[in-house]
Design a protein around this ligand. Structure first.
Ligand code: KG4
Ligand code: ZN
Length: 357
């Protein structure tokens, strides 16, 4: 089955074509990626310090057709070869979702092919299955740490479509905390990757930032207080006239250590509680080198294995939607939405459960 995936939930327009043959024959799932095209709107939103929803929607409209042609060309595929379509149905920005949904459904109607709406986080969550080495593939059930700009969740994944929420952030998402802290330190939106780079040149010089909810009895997170603690440190340094380059790098380092400490600790607790061996890390913050290093060290010491998506598939892309859509279409034809292109800007991942343990 050859499936076209379309992602437009926020500020990336991503299209990709996935062929399920390698998945069905037990070959590395990565081999099924026939081709992809991606446009990031980051530069357009940077002047505003964050995503402007109306601009995002308009840009998706402008980009979709050229990107479709590019993705098909990269895949050496034509529209008539497609067996199905998948698009991000939610969660995300309503206008941006509507653009992708209308485009995908119109195309499906025109070529008379089945179409399925995909949960954006399911796309992230399944992307670590896209390994180029089958022995690296996580086994079900596994624990997933989803860390993106809008979500921070620990999920118990029993199988495709069977997700149980173990814990989540009660305020800011990890990526949001990275972006807000980056802004406080004068970095451009979205500052996650730049903050991580700045942190590499600093050292944790006694800032003593909090580790929110580190020892809470649940698997929830809280990151908004951490950003406020950073703000206090910035103000103090500015009034003492010591706000300079090395201060910024040291504070960035202290922040990254605090966030990664909490994420790694709670992920270990989840693995222990659920008696799982495999941890899957997905979402934009999953590209963070400090987090990867800490998680891998802690997991290895405890006999667990951590799985990450290929680095280019950590942030939003069309491949993860094509892949999740392809697996869903293989799994059940009852998921086909037949041109009913409703979107779900707010959508709980656990509600997808099909009960197929
Ligand atoms: O998954 P994603 O592309 O979009 C959402 O679904 O939200 O994640 C974007 C988030 C942003 O907050 C961005 O700053 C963060 O991921 N991010 C990073 C890194 N790369 C992206 N955060 C920390 N370190 C990175 N290397
Ligand atoms: Zn995302």
């Amino acid at each position: 089955m050859i499936v076209l995936g379309i992602e437009t939930s926020c500020d990336e327009t991503g299209l990709a074509v996935y062929d399920t043959r390698s998945w069905e024959t037990g070959k590395p799932a990565f081999e099924g990626i026939l081709g992809a095209a991606l446009h990031s709107q980051i530069e357009m939103h940077q002047d505003y310090g964050g995503v402007v929803p109306e601009l995002a929607s308009r840009d998706h409209i402008r980009r979709l057709i050229p990107l479709l042609n590019k993705a098909l060309e990269a895949s050496s595929c034509t529209i008539d070869k497609l067996d199905g379509l998948a698009y991000t149905q939610g969660p995300g920005l309503a206008g941006a979702l509507l653009v992708g949904s209308a485009f995908a459904n119109a195309l499906a109607l025109a070529i008379q092919k089945p179409i399925v709406g995909i949960h954006h986080l399911e796309g992230h969550l399944l992307s670590p299955l896209l390994t180029d080495d089958s022995s690296e593939k996580p086994d079900f059930p596994f624990v997933a740490l989803l860390v993106s700009g809008g979500h921070t969740q620990l999920m118990y994944v029993k199988g495709i479509g069977n997700y149980q929420l173990l814990g989540e952030t009660v305020d800011d998402a990890a990526g949001e905390a990275f972006d807000k802290t980056a802004k406080l330190l004068g970095l451009d939106y979205p500052g996650g990757a730049a903050l991580s780079k700045l942190a590499e040149s600093g050292k944790n010089a006694g800032f003593d930032l909090p580790r929110p909810m580190l020892h809470s009895k649940d698997l929830d997170f809280s990151f908004s207080g951490l950003k406020t603690a950073v703000l206090h440190q910035v103000k103090k340094a500015q009034s003492n006239d010591c706000y300079n380059e090395s201060f910024r790098a040291n504070l960035a380092c202290a922040f990254v250590e605090a966030v990664t400490d909490v994420l790694s600790h709670k992920a270990m607790v989840a693995l222990e509680q659920m008696e799982c061996r495999d941890l899957v890390v997905a979402g934009g913050v999953g590209a963070n080198t400090q987090l990867r290093k800490k998680l891998t060290a802690m997991a290895t010491a405890r006999g667990y294995q951590v799985h990450y998506p290929p680095i280019e598939l950590c942030t939003d892309n069309g491949v993860m939607i094509a892949f999740a859509g392809a697996l869903r279409l293989l799994q059940s034809s009852s998921l086909i939405t037949h041109g009913a292109f409703d979107i779900k800007p707010r959508w709980d991942l656990s509600s997808l459960n099909t009960g197929n343990d």
